[in-house]
Each structure stands twice: as structure tokens, then as C-alpha cells.
Design a protein around this ligand. Structure first.
Ligand code: SF4
Ligand code: SF4
Length: 449
């Protein structure tokens, strides 16, 4: 079967966070396939678990991608410190006679940022607001590659591996059907140690914070890579409590224009014209964000990947340039202002290597250093057969929500196609993660066993 069709029909989307439908990445001429095994967010260990325990499967899938795309090479990029994962992958490469190569990265954040990893592996800079394909690359993360292996074996994307850690009794890697309630995943880790807590969906730098109540009603999605339970008093929880008005007032009045945010910004270090300190300066002279949207420096906010280095790691005043950029991106989109790239070569900052943010220090600044040393080897599973009710969001990826192809009250079998991408749209297919009776809700498909 054609590669893009195989990937689409299995409902595979990027598992690294953004949720870009994977089949759409393979439309073009590819020189290098990069498998992102950096797992650069502190605390997350899902990809490392897969690289240790599913190395053969990953290499088989990477070999298939190489064959089907005719790409010049396939590189798994992971940190040099992941010695057990490197040993497992090297053994699989040897025993399968594979041409896949490993690229060792330093331990810095965000080594796994798509544009950063392309530069680290190939020495090429993706142009501002561009995509890796602009320089002949496709980047998939390790969990996505494992999904491709499952698709090769005829199994659609219905199960998710997650790191469950933080303030829980026994941090674990959880394997659960997509749509499993978050509370069930926390129980696999022995449950929260605190009565009041918040849960980060993803990593501590770029993850989305959920209150205890939100976590209780949330369900596992295809893009979820980890669940981190933290105290309501943690710095991540406290930062999220700052109101928009207060955040903007502080940004206007307390920025000392030290420019550390720009000096340490990973996109600026690649040579992209993003300078958050200039945006903060423009902010100080306006009453409303819409007044500064015509400014070229402000429009460069569109280049921000919202990694959080500027606010968690760089800013000595505790300001939130990332949040400002995020708000500006929303305003620019509402005003119909699209980023206009000027032609040119993009050269990384000559000081880039010195300015990389070491992962351990990032974890410390994010207030999660206490959990960074925990080594998670144990897998705990909820099987489709032992699962209770699952709730599958129709919008799992970037693009249009999937459209149900089953009727309310219909019995569905595990692996059955239950929703498809609307004709002509970017999106993904969705399959039943358990067998049971389906109910159609506004934005969800619920399956009761
Ligand atoms: S969040 Fe801050 S550091 Fe990260 S890309 Fe955006 S401006 Fe740069
Ligand atoms: S690091 Fe903070 S204080 Fe310094 S320029 Fe950036 S936002 Fe302003």
C-alpha cells in the first residue's frame, strides 16, 4: 500500500505535541528522515521506554520509510546520555542489517524542537515560518514511528503510551486505549500523593496545565505524551494563575530590556528574526495589542514555537514573553496578517552552542528538579478488554475534526474505523480503541464496553 495511504488509514498523527497529520508530511522530495528521540522536556520518558523496549520494531518501521520514500538517509536523533536506548537501537540496527543511523545530541532544551533538531542533524536552517521539507527533511517522533510500525502490522492507532509522574506513588509508563479517562491513568501510578493538585498534560515547559477538576473530566488523546501531577503551590501552577491583565501590565512596566530572552531564544539562535525583548519594548508603548500589529518586530512573534525558554529560564524579572507572543499570534491571525518572509540565507548565531539551555537547569528553573532523576522502567497497562468507557475527541489533530461514519447506538469493534477526515481537508481518521456501543456527542465519540 502507498505509504501516505497506510499512514492516513491508520489514523497516525504527530505524537510529539502539535498533532500534525503524519501522512501530510510525506508529500514532497525527502533527503533525510529524522526520527526525533530527543524527548527534551524534563520528566517525560515515553520515547525512551519505546527506544529501549521496541527498538527492533522502530528500526523495521524506519527501514520501511527509507524504502518507500527513497530518502537518502534516516537518522534517529537522541541524547548521547541515553546510553541504554543507544545500546538497544544499535543492537537492532546490527541484527536487522539496517542503514538507519544514530545522531547523538547534547542534553539541552529544546533539542527536540523540530527546527532545532533539523539543524543539529543536517546543519541546515529551516527558513523562518517554514517546514523541515523546505530543506528536504521530515521529522517524526519515536512514538509516531512506533505507530507506523503498528500500521505496517495492520493495527490502527488506538493505544497510547504515556509517562505518568510527579506527585504520584509510583511513576510508570502507562499503555492505555485512546479515550481512557486521565484519572484511570493516574491510578496506574498509584494515584496522586496530594489531595489538591494540578496535572500537566505534556512536559513541564510546553505542556498544558489542567486543574484537578479539568483532569477528572479529561481523556487521553493521540497527542498526549505525559501526565505530571504537581502541587497547586508549584511554580508551574502559580505562573498559570497570573491574570492576563496583570501579566500584560507587568510586561509593560517591569521589562528592563536586558535582552536575555532574545539571546537565549532557540529560534533566534537559529538565525530567525525573532527578538522577544523588542516585542516587549513595543508592548510598553501601547494600550491595546491591536495597536502594534503593523510593527515588523511584533509580526515576528509568529516565529515563536512557545518553548518557554524566555520566561521559565531566561527572564530575570519573571515576565512572560512567550505568553505575550502567544496572544500576539492570536491577534495577528484574527487581523488576517500572515508572516511575510524576506528572502535570504539564515545563519545560526555564532554563540549558539554556549547559549543552549542544559536540561537539568531547565528542570530546576521549572521547579521539577525533584522528579527529574526518577528512572521509569515499569509499564502498567489498561487493555482494551479491561477498559471501562472511553471518550474519543473528534478533534485529535491540527485541521478539521473527524466526521463520524457510525450511527448513535451502533456496536463497534476494536480497531474499526469510526470517523474520517472530511473530504479535501487536513485531518485524520479515528478508530475504536475498545469494542462496545458507541454514542455520538457534540465533539466526542463515547464507547461503552
Ligand atoms: S517561547 Fe520565547 S524562547 Fe521560545 S521561541 Fe518563543 S520567544 Fe523564543
Ligand atoms: S528577559 Fe525579561 S526583562 Fe529581559 S528583555 Fe526579556 S522580558 Fe525584558
Amino acid at each position: 500500500m502507498q505509504l501516505t495511504k497506510l499512514i492516513y488509514q491508520a489514523g497516525i498523527i504527530g505524537c510529539g505535541g502539535a498533532g500534525f497529520p503524519t501522512h501530510a508530511k510525506y508529500n514532497g522530495t525527502i533527503e533525510t528522515i529524522i526520527i526525533n528521540g530527543a524527548e527534551c522536556e524534563p520528566l517525560l520518558q515515553t520515547d525512551r521506554y519505546l527506544m529501549r523496549n521496541k527498538a527492533g520494531e522502530l528500526i523495521k518501521a524506519a527501514d520501511m520509510l527509507l524504502r518507500e520514500t527513497g530518502a537518502g538517509g534516516c537518522v534517529i536523533a537522541l541524547k548521547a546520555s541515553y546510553t541504554r536506548e543507544i545500546a538497544a537501537l544499535e543492537e537492532a540496527i546490527r541484527s536487522l542489517g539496517s542503514d538507519v543511523r544514530l545522531h547523538r545530541l547534547e542534553s539541552f532544551f529544546p533539542a527536540g524542537d523540530e527546527q532545532t533538531i533539523v539543524y543539529e542533524v543536517t546543519g541546515k536552517v529551516v527558513p523562518p515560518a517554514g517546514i523541515p521539507l523546505n530543506v528536504g527533511c521530515v521529522v517524526n517522533n519515536v512514538a509516531t514511528l512506533y505507530g507506523i510500525y503498528e500500521a505496517m502490522e495492520g493495527r490502527p492507532f488506538t493505544q497510547k503510551y504515556l509517562t505518568v509522574t510527579g506527585e504520584v506513588k509510583h511513576p510508570v509508563i502507562a499503555k492505555v486505549p485512546i479515550g481512557t479517562p486521565v484519572g484511570e491513568c493516574l491510578k496506574l501510578a498509584g494515584g496522586p500523593l496530594l489531595s489538591d493538585y494540578v496535572v500537566v498534560n505534556g512536559g513541564p515547559m510546553m505542556g498544558k496545565l489542567m486543574s484537578k477538576e479539568e483532569a477528572e473530566s479529561a481523556c487521553v488523546t493521540k497527542t498526549m505524551s505525559g501526565l505530571i501531577v504537581l502541587s497547586t503551590d508549584s511554580s508551574i501552577a502559580r505562573r498559570s494563575e497570573v491574570t492576563l491583565k496583570h501579566m500584560l501590565n507587568r510586561a509593560k512596566s517591569a521589562c528592563i530590556q536586558c535582552s536575555f530572552c532574545s539571546q537565549l531564544c532557540p529560534r533566534a539562535l537559529l538565525g530567525h528574526p525573532l527578538e522577544p525583548h523588542r516585542i516587549m519594548r513595543k508592548l510598553s508603548s501601547c494600550r491595546d495589542l491591536t495597536e502594534i500589529l503593523d510593527d515588523r518586530d511584533v509580526q515576528n512573534a509568529a516565529l515563536c514555537c512557545e518553548c518557554g525558554i524566555c520566561e521559565v529560564y531566561a527572564c530575570p524579572m519573571g515576565l512572560q514573553p512567550r505568553k505575550v507572543n502567544s496572544l500576539l499570534k492570536g491577534e495577528l491571525a484574527r487581523a488576517g496578517i500572515r508572516y511575510q518572509r524576506t528572502e535570504g540565507e539564515w545563519e545560526p548565531d555564532p554563540n549558539r552552542n554556549m547559549r543552549k539551555a542544559p536540561t537539568a537547569r531547565v528542570a530546576s528553573r521549572a521547579g521539577v528538579a525533584a522528579f527529574e532523576e526518577i528512572q521509569i522502567d515499569e509499564l502498567k497497562e489498561i487493555t482494551p478488554e479491561s477498559s471501562g468507557t472511553v471518550r474519543l475527541a473528534l478533534r485529535q489533530s491540527i485541521g478539521a475534526p473527524s466526521q463520524p461514519v457510525i450511527k448513535d447506538g451502533e456496536r463497534v469493534e476494536k480497531g474499526q474505523l469510526i470517523a474520517v477526515c472530511p473530504e479535501g481537508s487536513l485531518g485524520s481518521a479515528l478508530h475504536a480503541s475498545i469494542s462496545g456501543v458507541a454514542a455520538l456527542e457534540e465533539q466526542y465519540l463515547v464507547i461503552r464496553p
